[in-house]
Ligand binder design. Structure first.
Ligand SMILES: [Zn+2]
Length: 245
């Protein structure tokens, strides 16, 4: 198996996972397959969304889109065994990297005490010619820093004053990164990832006609991950850029 480009993620000691993303649907383009695997194994997983994705539907006013998309996210989460979905209610499309964002994420890390924190690609590109989005970049970078902040009593001292004691995150992972290093074998869990993306009914129905459907896009992403593993037993894999802290 030495031909594999990606190393298996060592999940030993990972009993709790926190997924931090900008928008409803960010977790459902493949990551939710790993979430299904983890919750099936008894790992506690929760979601923290910085916005309700209210700027994501061209033909719908954000006032209506916000609650509708939050409901779709909760339904998606339930499909893969997640019942805790928290929203920070920042304004969609305008998330800024900075100390307040780091503090928000560090506070959620201390509240939920995850061993592994997972977010989306923080790089400018998803791959050659494929631009990443502003909120994803800001959130990804803030999550990177917030994992360190969460363990340091003195960076946001007001958090401990509010009863949120320091917490040390063991593993930090970025999905959809062009610099993937590891993978999670999600063979047998792709179906639920597809079902979780299908729960974004309003959002999916507003996408352009030529945009691939939920099943096709999840299959493509997880098959692509598996091809980089090079083990015929692994038909679906989530590729991740991983740092063990
Ligand atoms: Zn997004």
């Amino acid at each position: 198996m030495s031909e594999s480009e990606l190393q298996p993620l060592d999940e030993d000691g990972v009993e709790s996972v926190l997924c931090v993303v900008a928008h409803p649907d960010d977790i459902e383009y493949g990551t939710s397959a790993a979430v299904a695997r983890w919750t099936d194994a008894g790992t506690r997983v929760s979601y923290y969304l910085l916005t309700r994705g209210e700027a994501g539907i061209e033909g719908m006013d954000p006032v209506q889109a916000a609650p509708a998309r939050a409901d779709e996210e909760r339904a998606s989460a339930a499909v893969v065994g997640v019942d805790r979905v928290d929203f920070a209610d920042l304004r969609d499309g305008t998330i800024e990297y900075g100390i307040p964002l780091r503090r928000l994420v560090a506070a959620q890390i201390r509240r939920t005490r995850p061993d592994l924190v997972l977010t989306l690609n923080r790089h400018e590109l998803f791959g050659p010619g494929r631009l990443n989005q502003a909120d994803h970049r800001a959130v990804g970078l803030a999550v990177l820093d917030a994992c360190a902040d969460a363990g340091n009593r003195w960076i946001h001292p007001e958090l401990a004053q509010d009863g949120l004691e320091p917490w040390h995150v063991k593993v930090l992972a970025f999905a959809a990164s062009p610099e993937a290093t590891h993978y999670v074998d999600v063979t047998g869990h792709a179906e639920r990832a597809m079902a979780s993306l299908e729960e974004h009914r309003l959002y999916n129905s507003a996408l352009p006609q030529d945009f691939p459907g939920p099943r096709e896009i999840v299959e493509m992403s997880l098959r692509g991950g598996a091809e980089r593993v090079g083990d015929p037993e692994v038909t679906h894999a989530l590729a991740l850029e991983v740092y063990v802290r």
